[in-house]
Write a protein that binds this ligand. Sequence first.
Ligand SMILES: Nc1ncnc2c1ncn2[C@@H]1O[C@H](COP(=O)(O)OP(=O)(O)OP(=O)(O)O)[C@@H](O)[C@H]1O
Length: 291
Amino acid sequence: MHIEHFPLGGAQRAAFVPPEPAAGSAADFPPKRAAPRGAEVLVQHLGKRYGERTVLDDVCLRLAPGEFVAIVGRSGCGKSTLLRQVAGLERPDAGSLRVSGDADGQGTRIMFQDARLLPWKSVLDNVALGLPPVEGRKRARRALAQVGLARRSLEWPSVLSGGQRQRVALARALVHEPRLLLLDEPLGALDALTRMEMQQLIEELWREHGFTALLVTHDVSEAVALADRVVLIEEQRIALDERVPLPRPRNRAHPDFAAFEAHLLQRLLRPTPAERWPAAAAGAIPLRRAV
Ligand SMILES: Nc1ncnc2c1ncn2[C@@H]1O[C@H](COP(=O)(O)OP(=O)(O)OP(=O)(O)O)[C@@H](O)[C@H]1O
């Protein structure tokens, strides 16, 4: 897969030596991935403001077709804002954004932390929503089978657990054969075990279907488990964009997993210039002198 990086404003890299792949890992990693049929996403010099507040500034990012990218960053740094721009739910104030291979936007699907199911419709009808009745239900059954809920299709959403509801939300995205799946902290409300099961399911479906995936998460471990690349947003910009140097499926028990996670966490928790020099950030003294 060809990955092209745009120059990243102020990108900084902490000292991290990518580990060698574990012995025998190639055998654990059969190349059974479907040929990518995902969209390409190209974000160039994107800026977004809400009133006086600049949330994103000069953000450049490219997702190759079929790539899985995770966005991490502190609360309020603009992760969901970036996702909403890519989803076309909001318009950026500056720069450009292109999702190719999805001309009508129908192939872009988004999943949120809450499943947002219609309580007065059955599980099956939630998944088939917007599709022609007969064909839609057939496709919805197939999608529900893929997420392991074939037997729950005639139930109401209210009787499902949180994890099962998120499975339905995943089926509702899959039924449209997405080319781009946007995931806005979709597992944030789940318990640790269910969360890991869902991560595994998302990875399996991604491998099988070949869509491009963009995941927003607070959980660095989740980003390392799922993504090809991890992108960190800090101070309105992309401050780090790194390939995850680990074979798939990711082994959380392997020391290399922990090492890469620790490397990202260290970078994430590093105080920003504004935190180190609050007076300068507030304009009391020139930042140049403070630095
Ligand atoms: N519609 C809006 N109007 C005004 N401000 C907004 C709006 N949406 C988001 N913001 C502000 O933009 C900033 C970034 O919000 P965003 O939700 O993108 O952050 P985030 O990184 O996803 O946060 P979290 O991890 O806590 O979900 C925040 O300061 C937020 O208050």
